[in-house]
Design a protein around this ligand. Structure first.
Ligand SMILES: Cc1cc2nc3c(=O)[nH]c(=O)nc-3n(C[C@H](O)[C@H](O)[C@H](O)COP(=O)(O)OP(=O)(O)OC[C@H]3O[C@@H](n4cnc5c(N)ncnc54)[C@H](O)[C@@H]3O)c2cc1C
Length: 809
């Protein structure tokens, strides 16, 4: 066994072998893979091998397409067959709502360039004659669906990697992982120790245990999963004979089942409602190429629907049932990337659809390890989207929920209940008493809106306007006309301090460092010029700075800060050690003035000023800024003061008709102002010029990360530009990922949308081809909402307060 390696990949399932192949392809020096048994002996060997491009996250969907396209390449390099069957597939809808869902998927596929087509029940029955058409309304036909041989694929990756210089050690168990002071990893196995510069956790069913060897608690949990094989079916033989082809794949959402041909019969798998977690504490090390006892009772409800919808299955009878475990993260997408605070430790775990996603995961991780960047927008599968708050029991609760909803519709406004409430702020009960309708972000309970008194605080999940429409409208009007109060505790708050802090921030952020007592908007770029963060930066004086950013990206941004900061700078994520409230609206100053002895007059406390002041009895940090576009203040304090701060502001605001508002209203208000937000308009795949951030990118200020690329983007012009559209919508607004049409051409996609309650206008923000944006033409656009092309008008300026006078008042 080697004593040194540039990289050791731990785990020889489909994912580890894909990572190994990509690293070898990218020129890593003799990469090593260690597998404790045979390749595929974890969850890979018994998989059904199905593949498709379906994923709620469009970026992950694109990586699934890459995975499927990769099979031909690895067959060629390795000479090993992947057993590739690209049959095509149908997703069958049994309800009108499901048809809406399919229309949305088709719309997304359209701008991503994925091949799919909405078809009628009759057309679906022609393609998949085992179905009883009476149960269905229509279908989406997907060209690239099919299946592979799991063992063939894994060995093809491994062989192709060996061809490019990789080494695979089988029957070698990693027992310990320790990091030496020089940052190298000691991979201690039962056959010796390898000192490696980098390690990759691709340990699948044991990813959690391997994580623990490095002191990590990764949010990953295995579920039992069953599929059954039928005996030979005359219907299948007849289809094969008639068409000369295999029966295509089919998914029946109502039955939570998927099907494909397997020899002369069919394979039917279920994501049953009563899904069962497997080994919630730790995965036994002696589990090896094993199956679990079948439990037909558990999947009986799905089978009942399946047999009714596909009667031939019942006639054929069940020949064999396979039950095996495989892993999920809390939201069902993989956990990929570097781990905050651990040098050269990489994750490629929780890949629940290894044959759709394994290639994309391997590519993204190898890019990241080689170039310092995944090369795609991988936020949807970045390990950093979960913080250390995602502990095992939370993970199990969420994974269970996710498994049981694998084929369920998740509506854009839907909040899923499992594992909640977990993190709450001190004013949680006060907001609950005012009928807050809760959502969760980064594990924290946040008020989406406040339901009218006497009404159940629950928002009906829907693709259309929900029961929140009325109350959210009132919240928005209160903010525009008088004053509203919003909880900002979710916002990430980083304190940066030390004598070198200013110089470091100046080289990290694209805008100039503000003077003491001032704030500014400060994009953070990657070396390739992509947007890494959109922050508010405040200079607190005395070498102390505050950065406020997206709460959901706290781990993501901390990982970046820690990687780039010099020893003389301290960065602290305050998280919930700083809670916050925001006052916004034309009366906000009056309200604040009632409760502070500081001078908050328009001259004394200007737009973008920040200072410490007592608000009532509460020591607070107050910044004059608001994401609503109104005169407003963000007020931060320690959590033990938050309830007092809340009571103080509510009492002072009472004469002004103060109203609580939640995240839904904030979204509506910022859309009216055409303000972009993190993870929607601002993502690493967009540059600041494309995103309209030019005023905050100071190319002439001296060197900063991404400056050269930002300059190139400005000089040469971006490919796409962010625009705002007023959409002629009736009962459904855009929510993100809808195609934007210009005449008969799709020219872009929506990044976020909703109803602007005070402008009384449906609004969408999105990226369109730069030539289209540059033309400044306003008419002839369309946004495809639920399969219907709605006319849209380009907005050349925000609908509300285009000069920004209100927030500067
Ligand atoms: C019944 C069933 C049907 C499925 N059907 C499909 C399907 O149709 N399509 C699809 O895409 N996916 C399917 N899957 C899921 C698929 O199996 C997984 O996505 C895939 O196997 C994940 O691969 P992996 O490499 O991450 O994990 P694993 O296959 O579990 O591989 C991890 C490897 O790491 C090794 N390892 C762990 N710890 C150590 C250590 N300390 N030292 C050395 N080696 C170690 C293990 O021995 C193992 O071989 C199915 C799963 C099941 C159970």
């Amino acid at each position: 066994m080697k004593s040194h390696a540039q990289v050791v990949v731990i785990g020889g399932g489909v994912v580890g072998c894909s990572v190994l192949y990509h690293l070898a392809k990218f020129g890593w020096q003799e990469p090593v893979l260690i597998e404790r048994s045979e390749l595929t002996s974890g969850s890979t060997w018994h998989a059904a091998g199905g593949m498709h491009t379906l994923n709620g996250d469009t970026n992950v969907a694109q990586l699934q397409q890459y995975t499927i396209d990769l099979y031909r390449e690895i067959e060629e390099v390795s000479g090993q067959s992947c057993g590739l069957h690209v049959t095509g597939g149908v997703m069958l809808a049994g309800t009108d709502e499901r048809m809406d869902f399919l229309r949305q998927m088709r719309a997304k596929d359209r701008y991503m360039g994925l091949e799919s087509e909405l078809i009628s029940v009759e057309e679906a029955a022609e393609l998949f004659p085992l179905m009883d058409p009476a149960h269905f309304k229509g279908a989406l036909y997907e060209q690239t669906a099919g299946h592979v041989d799991p063992s063939g694929v894994t060995h093809a990756y491994a062989k192709a990697a060996r061809e490019k210089g990789a080494t695979v050690y089988r029957h070698t168990m990693v027992n310990e992982l320790t990091q030496a002071p020089d940052g190298t990893w000691h991979v201690v196995t039962d056959k010796g120790t390898i000192q490696a510069e980098h390690v990759v956790n691709a340990a699948g069913l044991w990813a959690r245990e391997l994580g623990r060897m490095a002191g990590l608690e990764l949010p990953v949990q295995a579920m039992e999963h069953m599929y059954l094989l039928t005996g030979d079916m005359p219907e299948v033989a007849a289809y094969n004979e008639r068409t000369g082809k295999e029966v295509i794949h089919a998914t029946d959402f109502e039955g939570e089942i998927y099907m494909r041909q397997e020899r002369g019969g069919m394979l039917m798998g279920t994501y049953e409602r009563a899904g069962k977690p497997w080994q919630t504490e730790s995965t036994p090390w002696d589990f090896d190429t094993e199956l679990l006892p079948p439990d037909l009772d558990r999947i009986a409800p799905s089978l009942e629907v399946g047999f009714a919808h596909f009667p031939a299955f019942e006639r054929a009878g069940i020949k064999q049932v396979i039950n095996g475990p495989f892993t999920f993260s809390p939201d069902g997408n993989p956990l990929v990337g570097p781990v905050r605070g651990l040098t050269n430790y990489w994750c490629a775990c929780a890949v629940m659809a290894g044959f759709s996603q394994g290639g994309g995961v391997g590519l993204a991780l190898a890019n990241w390890m080689t170039h310092g960047d995944p090369g795609f927008d991988v936020w949807g599968m970045d390990v950093a989207r979960f913080g250390d708050w995602a502990r095992p029991q939370y993970t199990t609760a969420k994974v269970r929920e996710n498994y049981s909803r694998r084929f369920s519709i998740t509506y854009p406004n839907e909040e899923l209940p499992a594992g909640r409430p977990l993190r709450t702020t001190p004013i949680h009960d006060r907001l609950a008493a005012r009928n807050a309708v809760w959502g969760a972000s980064y594990g924290l309970e946040v008020a989406n809106y406040f339901a009218p008194a006497g009404e159940e605080p629950f928002e009906t999940p829907t693709f259309r306007r929900s029961n929140a429409f009325g109350p959210v409208g009132e919240e928005c009007r209160a903010v525009r006309n008088s004053v509203g109060l919003f909880e900002t505790s979710l916002f990430a708050k980083y304190e940066v301090s030390g004598p070198e802090a200013a110089a470091w921030l100046d080289g990290l952020l694209a805008n100039r460092i503000p003077r003491a007592g001032r704030m500014t908007l400060a994009p953070m770029l990657k070396p390739d010029g992509g947007i890494m963060g959109d922050f508010t930066l405040a200079n607190l004086g005395g070498d102390r700075f505050l950065i406020v950013g997206s709460g959901a990206a706290e781990d993501y941004h901390m990982r970046w800060f820690l990687r780039h900061k010099p020893a003389g700078v301290t960065v602290t994520a305050h998280g919930q050690r700083w809670t916050g409230l925001a006052l916004a609206g034309p009366q906000a100053r009056e309200v604040l003035a009632q409760v502070t002895q500081s001078d908050v007059g328009a001259e004394a406390f200007r737009f973008l000023d920040i200072r410490h002041m007592d608000v009532g009895m509460v020591p607070a940090l107050v910044g004059r800024i608001s994401f609503t576009g109104e005169l407003g203040y963000e007020i931060y304090c320690r959590p033990d003061f938050q309830a007092a701060l809340f009571d103080t502001l509510m009492a002072a605001g009472e004469p002004y008709g103060i109203r609580l508002f939640g995240g839904r209203a904030l979204n509506s208000l910022r859309l009216e102002k055409s303000f972009g937000s993190w993870a929607s308009e601002y993502r690493p795949i967009y540059g600041p010029e494309a995103a309209g951030m030019r005023p905050f990118v100071k190319l002439d200020k001296g060197a900063f990360v991404g400056r050269d690329c930002a300059r190139d983007e400005r000089t040469n012009g971006p490919r796409y530009r962010l625009i705002s559209l007023a959409v002629d919508a009736t009962d459904a607004d855009a929510s993100g990922d809808e195609p934007i049409w210009d005449g008969e051409n799709v020219v872009g996609w929506v990044t976020s949308g909703g109803y602007g309650h005070t402008a009384q206008q449906s609004i969408a923000l999105g990226y369109v081809q730069a030539a289209v944006a540059d033309s400044k033409r306003t008419d002839g656009f369309g946004v495809e909402i639920l399969g219907e092309r709605r006319p849209a008008r380009r907005l050349l300026e925000p609908l509300v307060d285009p000069t920004g006078a209100r927030m500067r008042a």
